[in-house]
Design a protein around this ligand. Sequence first.
Ligand code: NDP
Length: 312
Amino acid sequence: MERVRCLIIGSGPAGYTAAIYTGRANISPVLYEGIQPGGQLTTTTEVENFPGYPEGVTGPQLMEDLRKQALRFGADIRTGLVTKTDLSQAPYKITIDDEKEIIADTVIIATGASAKYLGLDDEKKYAGMGVSACATCDGFFYRKKTVAVVGGGDTACEEAIYLAGLASKVYLIVRKPYLRASKIMQERVLNHEKIEVLFEHNTEGLFGENGVEGIHLVKRRGEADETHYDLAIDGFFLAIGHKPNSDVFKPFIETDETGYIKTIDGTPRTNVPGVFAAGDVADPHYRQAITAAGSGCKAAIEAERYLSENNL
Ligand code: NDP
């Protein structure tokens, strides 16, 4: 059985940054990339808000740069998915792809979160061509254009308001006859001149030649007065929630009710000593590449201290 001093799980900005720091600290980290090497950023196009890239950078290029930087300092980057964990006692046992077992003195969980999609074929067809699950990432491309946001929670309201600052018109598509968001967000959305809330609406599909040009909607689905119609839009934003990828750690690691890993205030420490969480898997609030990278750095420093304090 292989034993490693630091096992990093996940290959988004948090995982790679943790690998850069632990690599430079001579800890010889092993990083498993998971199901989507490079993480959520590989599904976006242009990244303009990551410091250090004044001209912007594409999501895949940014992740390739981070990966190369981690390799440069000796990170052992591998393909594989964590399928089982035993974090009941140190050192910790992690199973990869149901077969390989690794014993790790420290573990950095950087498995991220996955945006939820409606499950329409058109979401895949127009991925990166008008369909997005991140208004902060992609909103800028819809200046003075018309967009739709799906969802009725705080995220959807926040994204609708953010987009309304850029776009000329925002439709908020809500499946229920009311918003689930907090009162203050509801009021801001309902009183915003650029936002039109379409209650009791569901999305049936998208259309367009070279990217999204419109949306097929159904109003009051299943009711006697069910109606179908189309609206012209340029961008389609999903805001129906994220699912943190924490299931495989759950019996041992405390999470909140949504599944976000609970960390000790201001640190990446979890309830298990030597196991740290960084990036979106532990962050229901900011969910930015730069904040994920920052927490990956913190997790690496914590891991380094834990190893030296325990003479490992
Ligand atoms: P929520 O789970 O609160 O809301 C998800 C929304 O998406 C709901 O309106 C839900 O509809 C809708 N939805 C889910 N699935 C579908 C579907 N298949 N088709 C159409 N609509 C769908 O998620 P959020 O991401 O908005 O928020 C998560 C948590 O984070 C919440 O606790 C929220 O309060 C918090 N948050 C707080 C913020 C703040 O305080 N500033 C900002 C952002 C989030 P339905 O209502 O019908 O279930």
